[in-house]
Design a protein around this ligand. Structure first.
Ligand SMILES: *Cc1c(COP(=O)(O)O)cnc(C)c1O
Length: 374
């Protein structure tokens, strides 16, 4: 008789919610009863806590990670005629904001082992028009920020860290988002610190830049009903703020659980032929937003199908690198131009990863991969 296997989702947040339901409910009900739903102490105390967690001077809450990146570019007056160097192997938001401010995204290739920006390629892409670099700490793994900051300093470039997938990750003991000029965070529900809706935040040590971003996110209002520039409406509402404030206290614990899962996956999967497990660079500590392997020799689709039959759901981040997306046709990139990113897009598969993934479930994933590939 065939034993029915329980299906393991690639991501689940219901279990996590159950563990903090009472706390969240009480805080949300308090906001509802208070009558204050926008701004005020709920938001400012979360901003304070997030700044303290990152050991930075300031944090500005906003509506999303996308807005955080947009506001960062605006704060540096990046726009038409400017170039911003970033990775093609990321979520579209990273480059979308560059286009949104009228600047040109310049995509450079990534490293095959870390999936992060290849810094030699970054250096080679710098022109007189380059204004900023957006490193993405992809899947939770920090970019080598020491090398990147040195390069940026040498060429007088701004560094805007895309920390959407890496809240809590560290480079040489320092939190990502506290090293570059600005750190941008997303609280989308699947992120390491995920809200119950949209949300984002920006961190910086520059009070001047912080003030500028506060103005732009609030309709460009510099004094009440006095507008100094064209802004946007980008707020984190009070309900999200209190939820995130509670969750922030659990973040390190949840990240530690992800790390344990990743090290078990590494231990058992790294020996399997035709699989490459993700490599961490020394100095960096990943928070494993995703655990992403490479499945070689064109076997990925077959393998994913067989895994699914064994109850193991997987995801592909990302099936098409940004430089080849139809939206960027105008930029004139050709297939084959950024070969590592292109190869990764055909090989990567993200296995189930969330802090509450039980040891039994981890075993089921490991056995399934071994059976299919071994
Ligand atoms: C999620 C994500 C964003 C955008 O965040 P939103 O809150 O969804 O707007 C930006 N960059 C990366 C790398 C992301 O994963």
């Amino acid at each position: 008789m065939i034993q029915s296997v329980k299906s393991i989702p690639a991501f689940d947040n219901k279990q996590q919610y159950a563990t903090i339901e009472a706390e969240i409910s009480a805080a949300v009900l308090e906001v509802l009863a208070s009558g204050r739903y926008i701004g005020g102490p709920a938001v400012s105390s979360f901003e304070q806590a997030f700044a303290t967690y990152h050991q930075v001077k300031d944090c500005i809450a906003c509506n999303s990670g996308t807005d955080a990146l947009y506001l960062a570019l605006r704060a540096f007056d990046i726009g038409a005629g400017d170039e911003v160097i970033t990775t093609p192997f990321t979520f579209i938001a990273t480059s979308e904001v560059v286009s949104a401010v009228g600047a040109k995204p310049v995509f450079v290739d990534v490293d095959a082992n870390t999936y992060n920006l290849n810094l030699q390629q970054v250096a080679a892409a710098i022109t007189p028009k380059t204004k900023a670099i957006i490193p993405v700490h992809l899947f939770g793994q920090p970019v080598n920020m020491t090398a990147l900051m040195a390069l940026a300093k040498q060429h007088d470039l701004k560094v805007i860290e895309d920390c959407a997938q890496s809240t809590g990750a560290t480079w040489n003991g320092e939190k990502v988002g506290s090293i570059g000029d600005i750190g941008c965070f997303s609280f989308y529900p699947t992120k390491n610190l995920g809200g119950c809706g949209d949300g984002g935040a920006i961190t910086t040590n520059s009070s001047e830049i912080a003030e500028r971003m506060r103005v732009i996110k609030n309709h460009g209002q510099s004094n009440q009903y006095y507008y100094s520039e064209v802004g946007v409406n980008s707020r984190l509402d009070c309900i999200q703020a209190v939820i995130l404030h509670i969750k922030l206290r659990y973040l390190d614990n949840w990240n530690a659980k992800r790390k344990l899962i990743a090290s078990r996956y590494n231990q058992f999967l790294s020996q399997i032929p035709d699989i490459l497990t993700p490599q961490e660079i020394s100095g960096g500590e990943s928070v494993w937003n995703q655990y992403t392997i490479r499945i070689l020799d064109g076997q990925r689709e077959q393998v994913r199908k067989m895994l699914q039959e064994k109850g193991v759901n997987t995801m592909i981040y990302y099936p098409m690198p940004l430089h080849l997306q139809p939206v960027y046709e105008d930029l004139g990139y050709k297939s084959g131009q950024l070969p590592v990113a292109e190869q990764l897009s055909h090989e990567v598969t993200s296995l189930p990863m969330f802090p509450e993934l039980s040891e039994e479930q981890q075993d089921q994933v490991i056995y399934a991969v071994k059976e299919v590939m071994g």
